[in-house]
Design a protein around this ligand. Sequence first.
Ligand code: ADP
Length: 190
Amino acid sequence: MINIVLFGKPGAGKGTQAEFLKGKYNLTHLSTGDIFRFNMKNDTALGQLAKSYIEQGDLVPDEVTIKMLEDEVAKNPDSKGFLFDGFPRTIAQAEALDVFLAGKDQSITATIALEADDEILVARLLERGKTSGRIDDQDEEKIRNRYQEYNEKTAPLMEYYTNQNKFYPVNGIGSIAEITERLSTVIESL
Ligand code: ADP
């Protein structure tokens, strides 16, 4: 069983690549951003709680996100492995995930990071915002706030996973197929 964390800044292409990788390696794809958006669309209690944070470009509080993620893992007891996309995003989330997986005699196999420059990514998000309907993609100030959240809270995870010898950076600039290829090379080397 392999459990992969797909890591990267907003707009790095995690969701796009996850769509290819989940089928190729038979992994259960869990995107916390997608799960939050599904809940907002259906106006659930979780969606209402998350909405104000997400629309400002802030992270949703850890306790809410961790509980949600654990519930999603529990819904997939027959999974052959997970592809975590957008989680963990804080050290507290990473620690909770390690403890949670250890309780099931499992662990993270690798954290694979899609790397790209901020300026390229901001331009991509603004472009996506024209069609995605995502409020957090439509305003440069909110996008900048997401990068600030990333730099303060998420970037420290690079060291966290490097210290566990599980961090694999990949060049995130290129065609979708080229990047899938680069990610596949890492996964097949595990
Ligand atoms: P992005 O394109 O910014 O990577 P996502 O779709 O992964 O977007 O997430 C959208 C928003 O959902 C984030 O800006 C954040 O508010 C919230 N969110 C998603 N995952 C998490 C998480 N692990 N912890 C806290 N908030 C999260």
